[in-house]
Design a protein around this ligand. Structure first.
Ligand code: SF4
Ligand code: SF4
Length: 423
């Protein structure tokens, strides 16, 4: 990365020494995890470039936007309506929370036996190592799981934070509550940005994000081909970058890659042999740079062809209806789309089980890896239903619990190897 970014990072108040260490770790891991793969599509070059500039170019774009009066919204959940942010000339950034690097700083204030995703994001803030966090005018939190809900109270002491209330059941009453939260957020965002939401602007925001989701749907459909034309690791990376890249540029790059992958499929060209075992995953989100599971699985010659995850299908499977002619109708559409996302924070959550089975049946996978972060109560408890339902459907499933450390890689290799052997 260009040297003059140091001035930018210093201006954001980063701890430069610690930040250098973080970039050093990323700089070592990325070639090993990604660039070492054989026969990657050329279209991956754009995404390699985005990572090579991970704390550089995009952060600069955010700061340039702020300089022109625009606002930056940091988010941690797919329920937060990016469409409203874009409609008000804001930029939404899904903040990363996928490394154990920042956890020791978090554990000064937060309990150790808390989900690593929460500790990771809080540690990024208090450890002053994330330029995205520092560029955000506000963090938009949500009352999904208890850990995040309470962590936003603590975060609110060190960064402006606005929390949306997400109900835990899906019915007519809670739909009204969630819709009113969306409207409340829209009013807050209008005040923060000094912009006014109109039907045209909100519809344009909806179309922008629908296009992004369509491009990801297209790629997701193509990756299931035989032989597998693009690695699961590369698609995971793209799903992660979706949260913070410029939406228009990102959509164009995904579609360009999909064009190339389409040609590969037609030519029967792949990154795994024809008879490679295919798996899908389900579970907690893989926040960047959590690449561990995909790396372990694919290094064993097994292809991952789907993720039932918020960094995966839950992010792009459903679109927002953009046909509404009033703001009220568009707010309805935003709320309705959210309720089609089946996070384990909801009870009951049988629709998620249907989603997993649908993905399994449509992907040609031989089994499911049910991967969850330690101390994530909603997903860990929901494992009971997943295992029971998949067993009833005759679908092989391997349940794993892990964190961001690399200490369990050997154990994961053994368990995944035995699972694949059994298929
Ligand atoms: S898993 Fe639940 S809380 Fe986490 S991003 Fe997805 S919807 Fe939000
Ligand atoms: S992984 Fe689980 S515990 Fe962690 S933030 Fe997401 S829902 Fe909450």
């Amino acid at each position: 990365m260009a040297e003059d970014y140091r001035k930018m990072w210093a201006g954001l108040g980063l701890d430069l020494e610690k930040h250098d260490k973080l970039l050093g770790i990323l700089g070592e891991a990325y070639p090993q995890f990604f660039l070492s793969q054989q026969n990657r599509p050329e279209g991956m070059e754009y995404f390699d470039f985005v990572i090579s500039e991970i704390h550089g170019l995009r952060v600069k774009e955010l700061l340039d936007h702020k300089e022109k009066g625009g606002k930056i919204f940091g988010t941690f959940c797919v329920y937060v309506p990016d469409e409203i942010i874009s409609a008000l000339n804001g930029i939404g950034v899904g903040l990363c929370a996928g490394t154990d690097f920042s956890i020791p700083d978090a554990e000064v204030d937060l309990p150790r036996n808390l989900c690593p995703l929460i500790k990771s994001f809080y540690g990024f803030k208090v450890g002053r190592v994330c330029p995205y966090f520092e560029a955000c005018d506000v963090i938009i939190g949500e009352t999904t799981c208890d850990g995040k809900t309470k962590a936003y109270e603590v975060l609110g002491e060190v960064h402006p934070t606005f929390v949306m209330e997400i109900p835990h059941r899906k019915n007519e009453e809670t739909m009204k509550l969630w819709r009113s939260e969306i409207v409340k957020f829209a009013r807050y965002a209008e005040e923060l940005t000094g912009e006014k939401l109109t039907v045209e602007r909100l519809r344009a925001g909806i179309k922008l994000h629908n296009e992004k989701r369509r491009a990801l749907q297209r790629l997701h459909q193509l990756r299931r081909a035989e032989p597998v034309p693009v690695s699961g690791k590369d698609v995971l990376l793209i799903n992660q970058i979706a949260f913070y890249d410029d939406p228009t540029r990102f959509t164009g790059s995904v579609n360009k890659l999909a064009d190339e992958v389409e040609k590969r499929v037609a030519a029967g060209e792949g990154v795994f042999p024809n008879d490679a075992v295919k798996l899908i995953t389900t579970g907690t989100p893989f926040a960047i740079p959590n690449w561990k599971l995909h790396h372990v699985v694919e290094s064993a010659g097994v292809a991952i062809v789907g993720e039932e995850s918020c960094v995966g299908s839950r992010y792009f499977d459903t679109l927002v209806d953009d046909s509404g002619e009033t703001l009220d109708e568009l707010f309805d559409a935003l709320a309705e789309r959210s309720f089609k996302i089946h996070c384990a924070c909801f009870t009951p959550n049988d629709a998620r089980l249907d989603d997993i089975i649908k993905m399994y049946r449509g992907s040609g996978a031989a089994g499911v890896i049910n991967y969850n972060l330690s101390f994530c109560t909603p997903y860990l408890v929901e494992n009971y239903h997943i295992e029971k339902r998949l067993a009833a459907e005759g679908i092989p499933v391997l349940t794993l619990e892990s964190d961001y450390g690399m200490g369990d890689v050997g154990q994961l290799q053994t368990r995944i190897g035995a699972f694949v052997e059994s298929l």
